[in-house]
Design a binder for this molecule. Structure first.
Ligand code: ADP
Length: 292
């Protein structure tokens, strides 16, 4: 069993479905409302646990009702929560999601996730050091991402940074991380006007660009490779990237090759989009391997 530390956000997703997305100043009638645990960090932790990894979540929740539900959900999915400490007098993070016209739009309120500081993460240093791989995203303070990048480099533990939501990164951080997995929008924010081909070549075997249903692109040192996705009937793409990143981390920690790891992750992510909810659709190991 591989050991994975996930440093990131946990939140409650407040999900509305509507046939029409409201434009500014407009009110529309929606069809349904659900609350489901989410947050990129939590989603990736749960996905990795479902795929059979030993997962340590390093994060924070509020001291509210949502915080309790989030912790229960981790336990239910077999994620270790020794390093998830509630923040007093603070609300849990929330994500306000509209599913309309076949896509999602999301407003994230950070809440307790803003308290995942470098000092807080430092208290989990021992478990980070003992991990086969560390997984991190960007719904937490920028200085924490920078701290983790230098820590992982220092203690020689591979780090997979999923640079979502999009923001720019210091060149130094990109150098320090082992794997970087932006989607196409995040790639544009990260590398601005630079051509995709140029950055892929520059970051051979580090930069893996996820291109939705098309597949995942990287440069293996010799040639550019596009590992295609699996064709499925997409119901809800929320969390596709999270499932992809968790599965990719699990496979890399198991020392699978890049192509094999991407295929495993594409398969897991494609299964996740066939079901409602970020975590609801996350497949088990058996489901992923059933059809490889
Ligand atoms: P994000 O969800 O972060 O925007 P992508 O849209 O690139 O990122 O999706 C991440 C991964 O999820 C893809 O690389 C692919 O494996 C899988 N995926 C996403 N959408 C689909 C789809 N419609 N059909 C099959 N696989 C998909």
């Amino acid at each position: 069993m591989v050991k994975i530390s996930v440093i990131g956000s946990s939140s409650m997703d407040l999900v509305v479905t509507s046939s029409k997305r409201p434009s500014a100043g407009e009110t529309v009638l929606g069809e349904s409302f659900k609350t489901v645990p989410g947050g990129k960090g939590a989603n990736q932790a749960v996905a990795a646990a479902k795929l059979g990894a030993e997962v340590y979540m390093i994060g924070r929740v509020g001291d509210d009702h949502y915080g309790k539900i989030i912790l229960d959900n981790f336990k239910k999915n077999g994620v270790n929560i020794d390093y998830v400490e509630p923040v007093t007098h603070m609300e849990s993070g929330t994500a306000h999601i509209i599913l309309a016209e076949g896509d999602n739009s999301i407003v994230v309120v950070k809440g307790a996730n803003d308290f995942i500081t470098p000092e807080y993460v430092e208290s989990a240093k021992e478990i980070i050091k003992a991990s086969d791989i560390v997984l991190i995203q960007q719904e937490i303070p920028e200085e924490t991402v920078e701290y983790v990048a230098s820590l992982c480099k220092e203690v020689n533990v591979p780090l997979l940074l999923n640079p979502a939501p999009a923001r720019q990164l210091k060149e130094e951080v990109i150098e320090q991380v082992t794997y970087l997995t932006p989607n196409e929008h995040e790639t544009m924010v990260l590398f601005k006007e630079k051509a995709k081909e140029e950055v892929l070549h520059k970051y051979a075997n580090k930069l893996f660009i996820t291109e939705g249903k098309a597949g995942v692109r990287y440069f293996n040192g010799k040639e550019e490779v596009l590992v295609p996705s699996y064709k499925v009937e997409a119901v809800d793409t929320t969390g596709a990237g999270d499932t992809f990143n968790a599965a990719f981390a699990v496979a890399l920690a198991e020392k699978k090759s890049f192509d094999e790891s991407i295929r495993f992750a594409n398969r897991a992510a494609s299964l996740s989009v066939t079901k409602f909810g970020a975590q609801g659709g996350m497949p088990t190991r058996e489901q992923v391997e059933g059809n490889l």
